[in-house]
Ligand binder design. Structure first.
Ligand code: HEM
Length: 114
């Protein structure tokens, strides 16, 4: 049941956003068509080994997920006293046990320091 609900809406949103970006960017669409023709040729079915060669499509999917994350954030609860250490310096951010947290992906995806 989890797979049905967790997998369906997230994938539908991701694909809808991807198709919107492709439709709004004809030069991107042209590059994708070229890559698909080069990698897939005349094959009727897409094979597993061909997927890893679709590099530009992979970038487009990742950029779509960065700009429009289908899940905008997640709730977590600290089970222990802990700290988040910044990779860019500064003091560790202390989090007490039983603190409820919301981790928002959008600012994270837009932060040029991470
Ligand atoms: C673009 C597509 C997807 C996105 C953006 C996405 C995103 C996420 C996120 C953010 C979480 C929460 C992780 C956490 O709380 O640590 C999650 C959990 C989960 N996702 Fe996805 N997901 C996607 C596709 C799928 C698919 C296709 C399936 C199943 C076939 C799936 C099954 C699950 C399940 C079962 C969980 C719960 C895992 C757990 O609680 O341990 N997701 N997903």
């Amino acid at each position: 049941m989890s797979f049905l609900f967790a997998g369906q809406d997230s994938t539908a949103v991701a694909l809808s956003s991807l198709f919107c970006f492709i439709a709004a960017n004809p030069s991107v669409q042209a590059k994708l068509v070229l890559e698909l023709e080069e990698v897939l040729g005349d094959s009727e079915n897409v094979e597993w080994r061909q997927l890893s060669k679709l590099k530009y499509l992979d970038w487009c999917i990742k950029e779509t997920l960065r700009l429009v994350p289908p899940v905008p954030g997640i709730f977590k609860r600290a089970e222990l006293d802990c700290a988040i250490v910044s990779q860019t310096g500064g003091k560790p951010y202390k989090i007490d046990k039983k603190t409820n947290l919301f981790l928002s992906f959008l600012p994270l995806h837009m932060d040029t320091q991470t």
